[in-house]
Ligand binder design. Structure first.
Ligand SMILES: Cc1ncc(COP(=O)(O)O)c(C=O)c1O
Length: 381
């Protein structure tokens, strides 16, 4: 018997990797499943993005290895994007690193900064990957609790009372997934101060900032943030390019070069055509965002109706690609979603996969068509 590494004992297969097999089996057996589980945009990327990819195939350099740091034009486009949307100035030479999705950045950053025995602060509820990657690199996840009562913002008073001596990284994600909470007016500033005070690298994971949000923000717009902050961003949700795998990490050159040390030993540059498409996406005008959000607004209205039908409550000021809804008192999330999957053929995500503070909540994705959403509502009437 070939024994697996000890680190594999610390994690389980990703929830969706397992659950989507169950959903696929139901679909294969003829069940009319409506999938509002995963946040995988069903809409198309901008046409000029696809054209650039197709054109990219004919370039004589298309099939060669690409630069570990990405095409210079892609790094320029990322800087332009940060300048236009967040008024953040970045050097294309040193402060930007294209990634194959922001998810891989979570691993690269963790490998660059966490030793065994170090700790990472992780939001509860929060994106499960922060926890699993922390465990895979042999570090310790330390959860900080978020609550509806203070709009899912970190409680700095409670954090200050914790033993932070081993903490090297704090994962932050606003607009927050799964709750959709926006960053409060002061939270980015408070996080930068907290990072400086305790010598903690604050990583803001920011892939939802352009979805149903009138005020997209970057933590790097706070003065002095680069010293202790990195930001992850992604084209997955902003431009409906989740399968393309294009993301980025931005911040001070010393942090970026540390991440590059890991990344350049693990993979090579992205396919040329993908980078060309990504450049076109990043250069899209404001019209793209309003068109995209008008579709999500209509869908969100329907999801709110669906949540009403299920007697759930939710926050109408939340942003992002999901509706986070509180189940009626006393109803547990996992048995509820299993029942709804079995009886109504609707797949919704239980809040518990995002941590213990997700108990009593469910998460609806806005990646279903209006027809599917109307059909889902009809199934409960
Ligand atoms: C909070 C959060 N961070 C990161 C990611 C990963 O996105 P990407 O497609 O850029 O890897 C997701 C994807 O669902 C997410 O919800």
């Amino acid at each position: 018997m070939i024994e697996v590494a000890n680190r594999l004992q610390t994690v389980e297969e990703y929830y969706f990797s397992k659950k989507l097999r169950e959903v696929a089996a139901l679909v294969a057996s003829g069940k009319p499943i409506i999938n509002l589980g995963i946040g995988s945009p069903d809409l198309q990327p901008p046409k000029k993005v696809i054209d650039a990819l197709v054109e990219g195939f004919s370039s004589p350099v298309a099939h060669k290895y690409q630069s570990y740091q990405g095409l210079p034009e892609l790094r320029e486009a990322i800087c332009g994007f940060y300048k236009n949307h967040f008024s953040v100035s970045l050097s294309p030479l040193t402060e930007v690193l294209p990634l194959m999705g922001s998810k891989e950045g979570i691993m690269h950053i963790s490998m660059a900064y966490l030793n065994e025995g170090d700790a990472a602060l992780i939001p509860n509820p929060g994106y499960p990957t922060y926890q699993s990657v922390t465990k895979l690199v042999g570090a310790e996840p330390v959860f900080y609790e978020l609550n509806a009562a203070n709009n899912w913002q970190p409680d700095f008073e409670a954090l200050e009372k914790q033993d932070l001596s081993n903490v090297k990284i704090m994962w932050v994600n606003y607009p927050h997934m799964p709750t959709g909470a926006l960053p409060s007016a002061s939270v980015y500033k408070d996080l930068v101060a907290f990072g400086k005070k305790h010598n903690i690298l604050i990583v803001n994971d920011n892939p939802y900032t352009f979805i149903l949000n009138d005020d997209p923000r970057s933590i790097l717009s706070v003065e002095g943030a680069k010293e202790v902050c990195l930001e992850l961003n992604s084209l997955s949700k902003t431009f409906n390019m989740a399968g393309w795998r294009v993301g980025m990490v931005v911040g001070d050159g010393k942090h970026i070069s540390n991440v590059l040390k890991v990344k350049s030993n693990m993979d090579s540059g992205m396919f040329y055509g993908i980078q060309k498409g990504a450049i076109e996406a990043l250069n899209c005008s404001g019209m793209w965002f309003s068109t995209l959000n008008s579709v999500y607004k209509k869908r969100r209205d329907l999801v709110w109706q669906l949540a009403d039908t299920l007697n759930c409550t939710y926050d109408k000021d939340a942003a992002g690609l999901f509706v986070w809804a509180k189940l009626p008192e006393g109803i547990e999330a996992e048995p509820f979603i299993d029942k709804v999957l079995k009886e109504n053929h609707l797949f919704i995500t239980p809040g518990t996969i995002f941590g213990s503070k997700g108990e009593g909540y469910i998460r609806f994705s806005l990646c279903g068509s209006t027809e599917d959403l109307e059909e889902a509502i009809a199934r409960f009437k």
